[in-house]
Each structure stands twice: as structure tokens, then as C-alpha cells.
Design a protein around this ligand. Structure first.
Ligand SMILES: Cc1ncc(COP(=O)(O)O)c(C=O)c1O
Length: 365
């Protein structure tokens, strides 16, 4: 029985450790090492382990040359930035957006512009307004259960943005690690299905299988993938084949859908739990998003709360929050609190939100 004497961490969006299918993965490792060891432990093809690459191409209706495997999805953001961007090029991101992408794009010298995010996705009017100041090379989006807000973009808005991409000639960088983790409602079709020739689609096995295994993939327009393949080869020759082999064996055995179902059944009550706790403790004191899946709910503190003092002093209340500023291109996220909910059971979340309420009350004026 946890009496919550330790700090409750609302920081990283990690999968629940009890959900990692360690035994199945060990079995798969043994089997694939026996069958394919001489391939997996040797230098290989620059685009990753062939059978997994083919499995992804088949599952996503893509040609093999459109698919590249990598050491999870993060590095594709840096590859694409290196291949596609020149210093000063514009990149649009949601406002707020995934912090590491903002960092990767800024590091590549891009002029990163934030597009306002509403409950049903980007504000299309704001998008059009910002296009008038210059067309971006990319629009980076997490359209399903966004990190950090949990918001999903509606089909109507996806269509509107896809049309803008066609009209103005920019690419959509669709990052979809949470898409399969829908606990309520209906799936919304991806940008990739709407305008495949305008989309670089990034996904990984981090949230649906294991993040430590570091296996991700990118599917892009055929004519642009040659350069990405060459860039990756000249960076690391090829990604790690050993873990790709294990993932392939796991997928070949047909275990992935069952694991996703298991995760949904584990995380759904955790989402319910955090939303109930927020309602119980913070109704009228703050606003928050109401996601239907993924890993995050986000809280917006009113201006009557000193967000900076609150964050600087959360240790006094036995909680830890990530820095809100990092999710905003202009660094103005003091009133923003990302709350990952998958790693904790609802009792711990309830206690965490109870503590957060105390901290909010302490720093309200
Ligand atoms: C939106 C988004 N993209 C990319 C990543 C990176 O994930 P990985 O490199 O493990 O695939 C994360 C991780 O939290 C994420 O939330």
C-alpha cells in the first residue's frame, strides 16, 4: 500500500512500467537471435532491418523506399531538420508544442513560429495569418492526443491545413506516437491519408511497446526520401538492427494489437481518474483539456496564480512539474502545467492533484 511519502512526479511521459511486455520480448529476442543472429549482429542495410521495414510498408500502405527505420522517432526530427532546412527557414509548430521538437528545429537554425492551438486543433485563421508573413518548410504537428496538451485535431481542421499545404507548398511533419492509444471516441484519419505526397509521417514503438527498445520509423514522399536515407547512412551507417529484429518478431507473432488493447484498458481508468480528480479539486480554479487518449492532460492556471513561484516551490508540496515554458516557442508557458497520467494509478494521481491544489491556493492572489 503506497502512503505517498515520496514526491509525486508529473514530469515525464513514460509508459507504465508494469505494462512493458518483458517476457514476450525476451521470448521474441531468443527466437529471432536463433533464426537471424548472423544478420542482426552484422552490419546491415542503411534503412534498417528489412523484414520490419517491409512489415511497416505493408501496414501503412507505403512503398518500401518510402520507409526508413531509426533509433526511435526523435532522431528523425533532427535528420529532417538537417536535410530540409536552411538557416532562417520558417517552421510552424503548434502553440504549445512538443518541447524537444522546438529545440531540434531551433538548433537547426529555423525560425520557429507557433500557431495557436484550440480544443479541436490548430486555429486555422492564425495559420493563414502567419502564412502571410512567409511560407514554412514544415508544419510540425502531433495531431492525435498531442504532447503536451492531449488535444486531437478535428478532421475538418486537418482538411483545411492539408489544403493550405497543397496551396502553399509546405510539408506536414506528422508525429503520431499516441495515435493508437485512443480510450474513447472515433479515430480521425491522419494527414498522411489525406495528402501523402505532402507528409512526413513519424511514429515509433515507444508508447505501444517499449521506449527503451528505441525503434521508430519515418514514411515520406518517395522523391524526398533518397536524401533522408543518405543522411542517415552518413550519420550512423544504419540504425540498431538487434532491437528491430526483436520488434519484428513481436509484430510477426501478431502480439502488437493485443498489447495495445491491454494498454488501453490500463490507461483508460487512469485518464478517467485524473479528469475526476481535477474536477473534484480544481473546478473553478483552473481550466484543463479533456483528451480521449494518449498520455497527457494539461492545465491552464489563471493569471491570479503566480505560476513561476508555484513551480519553483512545488517541492514544498511533494510534487514535481515540468517547466511549462519549454512547450512554447516564445518561452511564455508559466501558467501551463502538463500532467502525464499513464505512469500512475488513480490513487496516486488523486493525491498528486490534491497536493497541486494546495500549491495553487498558496500562490493565488
Ligand atoms: C510527440 C512526441 N514525439 C516524439 C517523441 C519521442 O519519442 P521516441 O523517440 O521514443 O519515439 C515523444 C516522446 O515523448 C513525443 O511525445
Amino acid at each position: 500500500m503506497n502512503n505517498f511519502t515520496e514526491t509525486i512526479m508529473f514530469t515525464r511521459g513514460n509508459p507504465a512500467v508494469e505494462a512493458l511486455p518483458v517476457d514476450d520480448l525476451s521470448d521474441c529476442a531468443q527466437e529471432i537471435f536463433k533464426k537471424e543472429g548472423k544478420v542482426l549482429f552484422q552490419y546491415g542495410h542503411y534503412s534498417g532491418y528489412g523484414p520490419l521495414r517491409q512489415w511497416i510498408a505493408d501496414n501503412y500502405g507505403a512503398a518500401l523506399e518510402q520507409v526508413i527505420l531509426g533509433n526511435s522517432s526523435m532522431e528523425f526530427l533532427t535528420f529532417l531538420a538537417s536535410v530540409m532546412l536552411k538557416k532562417g527557414d520558417r517552421v510552424f509548430v503548434e502553440y504549445p508544442s512538443y518541447d524537444r521538437t522546438i529545440t531540434a528545429m531551433k538548433r537547426a537554425g529555423a525560425n520557429v513560429v507557433g500557431i495557436r492551438l484550440e480544443d479541436d486543433g490548430v486555429d486555422v485563421k492564425d495559420f493563414e495569418l502567419k502564412l502571410k508573413d512567409g511560407c514554412p518548410k514544415f508544419f510540425y504537428t502531433v495531431a492525435d492526443f498531442q504532447n503536451p496538451t492531449g488535444i486531437t485535431c478535428s478532421l475538418e481542421k486537418r482538411r483545411a491545413v492539408a489544403e493550405l499545404a497543397e496551396k502553399h507548398g509546405f510539408y506536414i511533419l506528422e508525429d503520431a506516437p499516441y495515435k493508437a492509444l485512443r480510450y474513447y471516441g472515433e479515430d480521425v484519419i491522419s494527414y498522411r491519408e489525406l495528402v501523402p505526397h505532402r507528409v512526413f509521417y513519424i511514429n515509433s514503438f515507444s508508447k505501444v511497446l517499449s521506449p527503451g527498445i528505441r525503434v521508430g520509423f519515418l514514411i515520406g514522399p518517395t522523391d524526398l526520401m533518397k536524401e533522408v536515407h543518405a543522411w542517415s547512412e552518413n550519420t550512423y551507417i544504419h540504425p540498431a538492427l538487434v532491437t528491430e529484429g526483436i520488434v519484428y518478431e513481436y509484430c510477426r507473432r501478431g502480439l502488437l494489437p493485443g498489447n495495445i488493447e491491454k494498454l488501453k484498458n490500463l490507461y483508460r481508468p487512469r485518464l478517467d481518474g485524473i479528469l475526476n480528480s481535477l474536477e473534484r479539486h480544481l473546478a473553478g480554479q483552473a481550466e484543463w483539456t479533456k483528451p480521449e487518449g494518449g498520455f497527457f492532460v494539461s492545465l491552464f492556471l489563471p493569471d491570479t496564480v503566480d505560476g513561476k513561484a508555484l513551480r519553483d516551490n512545488t517541492a514544498d508540496f511533494g510534487i514535481k512539474l515540468s517547466k511549462g515554458d519549454n512547450f512554447f516557442v516564445d518561452g511564455r508557458g508559466e501558467q501551463f502545467v502538463r500532467l502525464p497520467f499513464c505512469q500512475m494509478d488513480p490513487e496516486e494521481t488523486e493525491e498528486g492533484i490534491r497536493r497541486l491544489k494546495k500549491a495553487i491556493l498558496r500562490y493565488s492572489h
